[in-house]
Design a protein around this ligand. Sequence first.
Ligand SMILES: [Zn+2]
Length: 395
Amino acid sequence: MLLTRLPVNGAKHRPYDLHALSTPPAFTLSQDQTLKEKFALSQDWDNSKNLSFLIVKGLFALSILWFQIFLSSDKIKREELTSFMKRFAIAIDLGATNLRVALISQRGKIFQKKFVPTPQSRSSQVIINEIVSLIQTTIKESRITINQIKGIGISAAAPVDINKGKIVNPPNIPCREISPIETLKKKFHLPVILYNDCAAAVWGEKYFGKGKKYKNIVYITISSGIGGGIISNNRLLLGRSGSAGEIGHFNIAAPYNFPCGCKKGINHWEGFCSGNNLPRFFKFWQKTHNIVPPYRIHNAKEIFDLAKTKDKIVLKFLKEINKFNALGISNVIVAYDPEIIILGGAVVLNNQKIILSGIKNNVEKYLPTPKIVVTSLKNDVSLFGAAALLFWPPN
Ligand SMILES: [Zn+2]
């Protein structure tokens, strides 16, 4: 290395080689090392100053963010600020009685839930227009942008052809087919999915409800009908067209030869135990058991109200219903070997004690009995499911 220095005492200005100096070098190797260490230390010091500055800066930014979050009275704004993921789903639940819509965040919070009575029209376009209008209102009132929405998920209380994206022969709506997907895609430029309500519900349980810890889950609704959604080893079972969970039409070999409401068979579980069929079967049961004078029952609620007054005839009837429910559940257990069965639907939710104890006391023990619980997502389980199917699509 060549260095230059100013001439000293008249010495010629000449370059010199550091190694050729007659005088000893200004520092020894070990001193050099110490200096390097000092230099490194001072660099560390600079780095740590920078790091401290960054940490302070970061903490300052975070405190501003949290300040904004906690001062914000707008719940949706708060959700946006606290969520680093995308964000919201529009969930539609096309039920027998109501058409509902909700804006649901990926963390499982519901915003902007609305409903209208399910239009009783022969024209599917009338139903689709109602869905469009509900979505438009929801987006407008929530003040979120389309970019913040993952998609539109529809859950339908009806047989669904998932391959063709249509609802087929909905039992409680006069039209024969509803194909909402294309219209919604064109209108909102968002992905649109369509599933049967129980398939959606079990997916909702897996991500937002009591199924979080399990790989093998069955969700069963006992409401106006009986249906199921099945997850086997983390996979959603759909079958050929999406109707793999139509467990309400299991034949439970009851001793009555009683026709199911579906008119496709006898002794179907749903034909005895669903909300719509309970009064129908009760009427038949009274005749078979010579109950005189017969009770005039109009709906399932009246039956359960009488049971709560300890009416002996009704309790005898419900003892039989409990056995049928347990037979249905026993079939589910041997068919799917679930770790947990989650029950929902109005009949269960309004009469949890009677239904749950009736099942647990009568279920067959051929396989180890899974946990049997009532949903925590209540009437919104299908809405949660429609959102979960968008956020975490099944394989
Ligand atoms: Zn049936």
